[in-house]
Design a protein around this ligand. Structure first.
Ligand code: NIG
Ligand code: FE
Length: 429
């Protein structure tokens, strides 16, 4: 007598389980099952194993033949600025071709102006379009920050939108009131920090996390500590944009606070790296930013913007992995430093620019990325008890997804055992 299940995906040439949060050498220790199958019932995975075993054990309402195909957990994108208005492609071209522009914070203020004047329904419609693209490229859980409003009304509007989007992608909202100083407060940081903190009770109704950009061009570690502690007292988790244009103590602060993640880390200090390596805070690195910004992100030294330069990124990334930190990859989708929402693009950039191995990259976009959103108990792995979310690829082997680049390799995506993408297109019933 076979057990009834809703879905049986069978005959996968390779299946990646990605079970267990990874750090240090464990990041590269990838389990690959061959000729494998997965059974899903009531939205949850009930079994993973050899096709020959599962076929004798389960009777499925829907059987999907994955022969000649790779099956993996779907992606968790733990860092995006999903809801905003306006495109900054002109600014990028001017920087890239050497025409001097305002600093990175100036670009953000341009986006703030566009976002404040945008109608709520336009912001919502644009967010849904981008969620469709993310889903078609394999993402099923996505963090979405506010941070392009920076006034009471617009910040809450962005969080309200992020928390109420009807979509197969699970959206996890984050309050980033402390992104940069908005134009009205450029000369009064303390007043703005007070406003950010005053908004926490309302923001915490919509947002699971609070984020602060701890950086020489934004907020200090002391600002970050005050805001984050207040957020924690309102039941929010903490994440930080940390040390992007210069060392600002953001990464160490994240470890001290028990933050869920610290992100960017391009200018992390040795002392902070030690603290991070010993902590459970996830280190999110962002190769899409490295790729897109080339050498355009300025370095701040003693308050002065220096000629743009960046460290040797493969050695930088290897130091972070070797520190023992839990390393994850995310898009940082935003109109300035990374206008892609494709985790495939991020994987392909991580291989080329950071020289991470295929195995390391797969763990960094699945189980470790899920851990960065405190969801590794239900997302990011193919194991019994987890959500029935997975990708069936158009290629048979996991290295091919990273070795190829520039086009979508997804065939099908399942969310809770439902086929939501087929032939790389969103399915609507
Ligand atoms: O994550 N670092 C701060 N914020 C964004 C940049 C956003 C923008 O350029 O609009 C980031 O890179
Ligand atoms: Fe960001």
């Amino acid at each position: 007598m076979r057990d009834p299940v809703d879905v049986l995906v069978m005959n996968a040439t390779e299946l990646l389980t990605c079970v267990g949060v990874r750090r240090g050498p464990g990041l590269a220790d990838l389990e690959v099952l061959r000729n494998a199958a997965i059974a899903i019932a009531d939205g949850k995975i009930v079994d993973v194993g050899a096709s020959t075993d599962l076929e004798t054990r389960y009777d499925a309402a829907l059987r999907i033949d994955a022969s000649g195909r790779l099956v993996t957990p779907s992606f968790v994108d733990a860092h995006t600025h999903l809801v905003h208005a306006g495109s900054r492609h002109d600014e990028w071209e001017q920087r890239a071709t050497g025409i001097p522009r305002h600093g990175i914070d100036g670009g953000i203020r341009w986006s703030i102006a566009r976002t404040r004047e945008a109608h709520e329904e336009v912001l919502r419609a644009q967010a849904i379009i981008n969620l469709d693209i993310a889903l078609e490229h394999g993402t099923t859980v996505l963090e979405a920050k506010s941070g392009y409003g920076l006034d009471r009304e617009t910040e809450l509007r962005l969080l309200r939108i992020a928390s109420s989007l009807q979509h197969p992608v699970k959206v996890v909202p984050t309050y980033l009131g402390a992104h940069v100083l908005p134009p009205e407060y450029v000369d009064d940081k303390d007043a703005y920090v007070t406003l950010v903190m005053d908004l926490l009770p309302e923001a915490s109704r919509y947002a699971r996390y609070c984020d602060v950009w701890v950086d020489p061009v934004a907020f200090t570690a002391d600002d970050g500590r005050r805001i984050s502690r207040a957020a924690q007292s309102h039941g929010m988790g903490v994440r930080l944009h940390a040390d992007q244009t210069g060392p600002a103590g953001g990464s160490g602060l994240g470890a001290e606070l028990g933050a869920s993640s610290v992100d960017h880390l391009e200018c992390i200090s040795d002392a902070d790296l030690c603290l991070l390596g010993d902590s459970n805070t996830v280190a999110i690195v962002l190769p899409g930013v490295t790729f897109h910004m080339t050498e355009q992100v300025p370095r701040m030294v003693d308050g002065i913007e220096q000629l743009a330069e960046r460290p040797h990124m493969p050695s930088w990334c290897r130091r972070i992995i070797n520190s023992g930190a839990i390393v994850a990859l995310a898009t940082d989708y935003n109109p300035g430093t990374c206008p892609t929402i494709s985790m495939q693009m991020v994987m392909q950039a991580a291989a080329r620019l950071y020289r991470m191995s295929y195995a390391e990259i797969w763990h960094a976009v699945t189980v470790n990325a899920a851990q960065a959103l405190d969801r590794s108990h239900r997302n990011g792995s193919l194991v019994a008890g987890h959500d029935g979310d997975l990708i069936i690829w158009s290629v048979p082997e996991h290295g091919m997804v990273i070795n190829r680049f520039g086009y979508n390799l997804v065939d099908q995506v399942l969310v809770g055992g439902q086929v939501v993408v087929a032939g790389a297109r969103r399915v609507t019933w």
